[in-house]
Design a protein around this ligand. Structure first.
Ligand SMILES: NC(=O)c1ccc[n+]([C@@H]2O[C@H](COP(=O)([O-])OP(=O)(O)OC[C@H]3O[C@@H](n4cnc5c(N)ncnc54)[C@H](O)[C@@H]3O)[C@@H](O)[C@H]2O)c1
Length: 413
C-alpha cells in the first residue's frame, strides 16, 4: 500500500509552490487502489459536506485507499434517491441498521443528529465497521465513554469530525504552538457567534431545528458551537482542567414541530465560560445564537510570552501573527495568507495565493484519516473518539458549572 505523502503534517514537507497540475496528476489513484467503501447515514448539511469530501479526496490527496460513497441512508426514500443521484452514491438504504450490517461497507459516516450517534456507532462496532462520526461525540460523557470503550476494544479506526482544525491557517497555528516559539502561554480566548434563533416564531424539532430540542441535541450552543472551540483549543493549547460558566435560555417556550404545541426550551441559547488549562494559561469562551449580525463568527486568539496568534473564520485563509522579537519600531500584527505550498494542505490544491474554503476542512480531515490507515504510526492530526470524549467532558463540566454556579474540575479522557 502506498504511503501518503500529500497530507501535510509537521513532519511532511509540502509540495512545491507551483505544482497545481503536477500535484493533481501525480496524486491520482492508480487502477489498483483499494477502495474504502463508505456508508453515509444522514443526507442533510453534513451529509452533503462529507459526500463532497469523499469525492474530492482522491483527486487531490494520494492515499492508499480510495474512499467511495458505497451507500447513503436516510428515512425518506425519494429524498435519499435524489441525494444518491446527485452525489453518485452506488446504493441507498432507508434503515441504518441494514446499512451497518452490509458486507460491502467498510466504514460508516454518521451525519445524523446527536441523539443517534451512540446507538449507530455501537451497532457499527458490533459489525466491525470503521466509524467517522459527526461532533459532538454523543449527548454526554456517559454515552461517549461507552463508545470509546467499545471502539478501542474492537480496535476499529475512528474519527470525530471536528473539522476546523484541518483549515490551513488553524493547522499552521497548531504547528507554531507546537514549536514552542510562542513561549509561555498566558491566554486563550474564543468566540462562536450566530443570530439565527432570535425569532420567537422559530419552532423546535425537525431537520436543522433539532438543535433547539435538548432531547435530540443534548445541549444548545455548548455542544453545538463551543465544542468546536474546545476541540481547537485543546488541540493547540492542551487540556482544560477546570471551568466556571453561565448559560441563558432567552426564549423559554417554542412550538415543537412533532406535537404542534408549545413546549419548554431546555437548551442553552448562550454560554460564556472561564477555563484554566493544564499549562497554567487562562481562557475565556463565549457562544450565542443571539448576537444580531453574526452568522458564524468563530474566532480564537492565543497570547504567549513572545508571540500571539489570532484567527477568524470569516477570513479563514489568514492567520494573524505578532512577534515581539521584531525590532520595536517594526513590530506589529502581520497577516499570513496561508495559501503557499509550504502551508498545511495548501500545496495539494492550487497555485500560491488562491484560497480554500469551509468545505476543504472536511476533505483534509478525511485525507488525514486515510493517511493514518496507510501508516498507523504517522502523527495523528485528527480527533478520535477518545479525544472527542475529552471535549465532551469539558462541555459536561461547563453545563454543570452553569447549573451549580461553582468551578468544576474537568475529567480526563
Ligand atoms: N462539523 C461541523 O462543522 C458540523 C456542522 C453541522 C452539523 N454538525 C453535526 O452533524 C450532525 C448532523 O447535523 P446536520 O446539520 O447535518 O443536520 P441536518 O438536520 O441537516 O441533517 C440530519 C440528517 O440526519 C437524518 N436523520 C435523522 N435521524 C435519522 C435516522 N434515525 N436514520 C437516518 N437518518 C436520520 C435526517 O433526515 C437528515 O438527513 C450533528 O451531529 C451536528 O452536530 C457538524
Amino acid at each position: 500500500m502506498a504511503k501518503s505523502k500529500s497530507v501535510k503534517t509537521p513532519t511532511v514537507k509540502a509540495a512545491t509552490a507551483t505544482n497545481s497540475a503536477a500535484t493533481i496528476s501525480t496524486t491520482a489513484p492508480t487502477a489498483s487502489t483499494r477502495e474504502l467503501r463508505i456508508g453515509l447515514v444522514g443526507y442533510g448539511f453534513m451529509g452533503r459536506a462529507h459526500a463532497n469530501a469523499i469525492r474530492q479526496v482522491p483527486h487531490f490527496f494520494k492515499t492508499g485507499r480510495k474512499p467511495v460513497l458505497q451507500a447513503v441512508c436516510g428515512r425518506d426514500e425519494p429524498k435519499v434517491r435524489e441525494f444518491a443521484a446527485r452525489w453518485d452514491a452506488r446504493s441507498i438504504e432507508t434503515d441504518w441498521r441494514k446499512l451497518v450490517a452490509r458486507e460491502d461497507i467498510d466504514a460508516v459516516d454518521i451525519c445524523t443528529p446527536n441523539d443517534s450517534h451512540m446507538e449507530i456507532a455501537l451497532a457499527c462496532i458490533k459489525h466491525g465497521k470503521m466509524i467517522l462520526c459527526e461532533k459532538p461525540l454523543a449527548l454526554n460523557g456517559k454515552q461517549g465513554e461507552a463508545m470509546v470503550k467499545a471502539v478501542e476494544k474492537a480496535k476499529l479506526p475512528n474519527l470525530v469530525w471536528y473539522n476546523y482544525r484541518f483549515l490551513p491557517a488553524v493547522s499552521l497555528a497548531k504547528n507554531i504552538a507546537d514549536s514552542g516559539e510562542l513561549g509561555k502561554i498566558f491566554h486563550y480566548r474564543a468566540n462562536f457567534l450566530q443570530d439565527w434563533t432570535i425569532s420567537t416564531d422559530l419552532p423546535q424539532g425537525g431537520t436543522g431545528l433539532w438543535r433547539l430540542d435538548a432531547k435530540v441535541a443534548g445541549s444548545g450552543v455548548t455542544g453545538d458551537l463551543l465544542a468546536h472551540c474546545i476541540d481547537t483549543a485543546r488541540w493547540i493549547n492542551g487540556d482544560i482542567v477546570a471551568v466556571s460558566a453561565m448559560t441563558e435560555t432567552f426564549i423559554k417556550e417554542r412550538v415543537h414541530t412533532a406535537t404542534g404545541k408549545k413546549q419548554p426550551v431546555k437548551i442553552d441559547d448562550a454560554c460564556a465560560f472561564l477555563a484554566r488549562f493544564a499549562n497554567g494559561s487562562l481562557a475565556v469562551f463565549e457562544s450565542t445564537r443571539y448576537a444580531r449580525g453574526h452568522k458564524a463568527l468563530y474566532t480564537f486568539e492565543i497570547n504567549g510570552e513572545h508571540k500571539s496568534l489570532a484567527w477568524d473564520l470569516h477570513d479563514l485563509n489568514r492567520l494573524s501573527y505578532f512577534d515581539h522579537g521584531v525590532p520595536s519600531d517594526r513590530r506589529g500584527w502581520s497577516s499570513i495568507h496561508c495559501t503557499d505550498g509550504d502551508h498545511p494542505y495548501a500545496g495539494n490544491w492550487w497555485v500560491p495565493g488562491l484560497g480554500l474554503g469551509y468545505e476543504h476542512s472536511f476533505v483534509h480531515g478525511l485525507a488525514e484519516f486515510l493517511g493514518a490507515l496507510d501508516d498507523p504510526k504517522a502523527p495523528r492530526r485528527f480527533p478520535d473518539f477518545r479525544h472527542a470524549l475529552g471535549t465532551q467532558y469539558v462541555c459536561d463540566a461547563v453545563l454543570e458549572a452553569a447549573r451549580t454556579q461553582k468551578w468544576v474540575k474537568v475529567r480526563t479522557a
